[in-house]
Design a protein around this ligand. Structure first.
Ligand SMILES: [Ca+2]
Length: 96
């Protein structure tokens, strides 16, 4: 499977692995969200995660809300990634 396809399937599998544990199978309740973040995204584990991710205020996180959060994280990581590439390229120029 191609890398991006694998990443997409991984997001789907992780979300549904945790959302299916209790109540609505297609949404993360507070405890499911906290377990998912602590197990799969420990860098983003926060006590106020539910209020950040629950955009429609229904007390649960659906897949679209989860993906929006993943998009925000990925965008922030891209900025760090690009900074590192720029730094690396500047550093490399001194030694060519
Ligand atoms: Ca929600």
């Amino acid at each position: 499977m191609a890398a991006v396809e694998s990443a997409v399937y991984s997001l789907l599998e992780v979300f549904h692995k945790y959302s299916a544990k209790e109540g609505d199978q297609l949404k993360l309740n507070r405890s499911e969200l906290f377990v998912l973040l602590s197990q799969e995204l420990p860098c983003c584990y926060r006590k106020d995660a539910m209020s950040l991710l629950d955009l429609d205020g229904d007390g649960e996180v659906d897949f679209l809300e989860f993906i929006e959060f993943i998009t925000e994280i990925t965008t922030e990581l891209q900025e760090m990634y690009l900074d590192n590439i720029i730094h690396y390229n500047r550093y490399s120029e001194h030694f060519v």
